[in-house]
Design a protein around this ligand. Structure first.
Ligand code: URA
Length: 220
């Protein structure tokens, strides 16, 4: 079977599992938006009505990303949650508030960095993104990175890291290493929601953020 046929079969399987026999054919037909790459803002404006996958039909808002368009550090989460979907900004819920506190502890604010997700639209009931959704949405992340040109990407949590790095390794095996993504250094740390669920992760997460500060922020 060709790669394309495999993808089509996989898509129909996933759709059937999610929605039964009611198929979302319009999502198949929707074409790639014409992209304006002049700036992050114009790129967002050109893709924010994207209907390439079925998440475009269930979202309240397309969650492009926020922060400094010239940031040295880009934080990448998995996908918008309920609050992010309603407001249209990443990390605005409880996990986002904790992220703000951790950033403040290394003298950073949202104005210094850029925050976005691998997937720009909320998966229903916050389920994990499907391979097809990643395949269609990840090019947007790559374009964002090519416009921002950061020195470092920080993947927040196992799903974001495993999606980007195409691995199934547990998070503990991905910490304390530097990977490359689109030619840019990438490190992995806990998702702030995991720190809320399990406070034992706070100490190793703090070590990760201290490493980020010492290696990428302190200039002599
Ligand atoms: N979790 C994520 O991964 N991203 C958000 O934007 C919010 C919660």
């Amino acid at each position: 079977m060709s790669h394309k046929s495999e993808l089509i079969f996989r898509y129909f399987d996933q759709t059937r599992n999610l929605y039964g026999n009611q198929l979302f054919l319009e999502a198949q037909i929707a074409s790639d938006p014409v992209q304006n790459l002049d700036s992050l803002e114009s790129f967002n404006a050109s893709i924010c009505n994207c209907l390439k996958c079925e998440l475009g039909h269930t979202r309240s808002n397309f969650v492009f990303g926020v922060g400094n368009p010239n940031a040295d550090i880009v934080f990448v989460g998995e996908a918008p949650g309920e609050k992010e979907d309603l407001i249209g900004e990443p990390f605005v819920g409880r996990a986002g508030k904790l992220l703000d506190k951790i950033l403040a502890a290394i003298n950073l604010s949202r104005e210094d960095i850029y925050i976005c997700n691998v997937i720009k639209c909320r998966p229903p009931k916050n389920r994990d993104p499907l391979p097809r959704e990643v395949e269609l949405c990840e090019p947007y992340l790559k374009t964002q990175l090519s416009l921002i040109k950061p020195k470092l990407i920080v993947a927040l949590g196992r799903i974001a890291a495993c999606t980007i790095l195409r691995t199934k390794e547990p998070l503990k095996n991905l910490r304390n290493k530097t990977f490359k993504y689109e030619g840019i250094d990438l490190v992995v740390t806990y998702h702030p929601a995991a720190l809320l669920r399990n406070p034992n992760f706070k100490i190793p997460a703090w070590e990760d953020f201290q490493m980020i500060r010492d290696k990428y922020l302190i200039q002599d």
